[in-house]
Ligand binder design. Sequence first.
Ligand SMILES: NC(=O)c1ccc[n+]([C@@H]2O[C@H](COP(=O)([O-])OP(=O)(O)OC[C@H]3O[C@@H](n4cnc5c(N)ncnc54)[C@H](O)[C@@H]3O)[C@@H](O)[C@H]2O)c1
Ligand SMILES: O=C(O)CC[C@@H](O)C(=O)O
Length: 403
Amino acid sequence: MTPVLLLEGIHQTAYDLLNQAGLDVERQPSALEGDALAEAIARTQLLGIRSATHVDAEAFSHQKSLLALGCFCIGTSQVDLDAGARAGIPVFNAPFSNTRSVAELVIAEAVLLLRRIPEKTALAHAGVWAKGAAGAYEARGKTIAVIGYGNIGSQVGVLAEALGMRVVYYDVQPKLPLGVARGATSLRDAVGEADVITLHVPATPATTGMITAEVLAYCKRGAMLINASRGKVVDIDALKAALDAGQIGGAAIDVFPVEPGSNSQPFESPLRGAKNVILTPHIGGSTQEAQQNIGIEVAAKLLNFLKTGATTGAVNFPEISPGAITGAARLLNVHGNAPGALARLNTALAEDGANICAQHLQTRGELGYVVTDLDRRPSEALLARLTGESGFIRSRVILPETV
Ligand SMILES: NC(=O)c1ccc[n+]([C@@H]2O[C@H](COP(=O)([O-])OP(=O)(O)OC[C@H]3O[C@@H](n4cnc5c(N)ncnc54)[C@H](O)[C@@H]3O)[C@@H](O)[C@H]2O)c1
Ligand SMILES: O=C(O)CC[C@@H](O)C(=O)O
């Protein structure tokens, strides 16, 4: 039975789908690292993670028969995608399933920050009755700057507009403004006019440290900052200084440069105890609805790849959706994308006596992926050639009777 390991408390829906497909599924509540991750990668064929398991090139180097990696989340910056591709391992994710959950949380936080609720609730818990309107504002009529107007940012814009907020967004790609949102031409222009700034960019070299002391100084005095994107987007020490100086009036931070791998590990941050600051443990997408849907979506992608070789939706791999097997066997071959690679594969197939019923090829960067339906099962000698010979990365056979 195909061994599957699901880490980080991946939802029951994923377990059910993979288990019902006859796979041997093991679950663990936490992330893994170091030797424990290496050992897990060495013994599993399908691995499921969320954001806290870092699968870098070193971790991939321990794989022996890992077929695919499923990120049961949106972000894939915790994975060295190129190292996965070089090893012939497609990585799948769920690009939409938790976006509404994040957008709802952000809107709630904008309202709470503008009313200084984090501060008021902390005082009330401490027995202090701090009734008063000083520094408390409605969201209606205020401006929210959405940095990164993608799947989440654009939904935040729509919900904010429904509250009567003005929406300005900044994105590096041209985007269709929804409702009466306006595009800004620079990050500075967007943050400079906003009462609330919310970050929805991916983790890239360009977004690492994007919110610097200089950017914070450019914000309107007392503006609120929300970050539910990735922890390294904000310079946390600069934010702490801006909060202490009153330049930033409050913040809601869901993601951190370093996050605990499990709920049993301590959480450290310079922002702990800061006034009018909401700190949450990376739960923007953690709702029942989102996690159920993510479980189904990513498990289905992994199963489809296992049973048909489909790489539809893979984030690091040539995409092929080959459909049902048309011959006696399906051969999946991953190779270096070089002139003549397909010819070498087909010559090897002919030398093995196999006739081709159907063939699909797609390349992406340095990688080529071919799915070939054959009139007979390929020999072990052919498979050894198609894995060991220079230029070929890995091969796998799927038999119709096993799917
Ligand atoms: N907190 C959570 O639990 C949680 C949940 C889901 C997603 N996320 C994170 O939220 C972020 C956004 O997710 P999404 O699904 O909306 O992604 P997306 O890819 O749909 O949108 C990201 C947008 O950012 C833009 N962008 C990229 N680089 C930029 C830059 N330098 N400046 C301005 N804009 C830039 C892109 O063009 C794109 O429009 C990601 O980092 C994701 O990992 C967090
Ligand atoms: O569930 C997680 O661990 C990550 C959630 C979120 O950051 C995502 O990328 O989808």
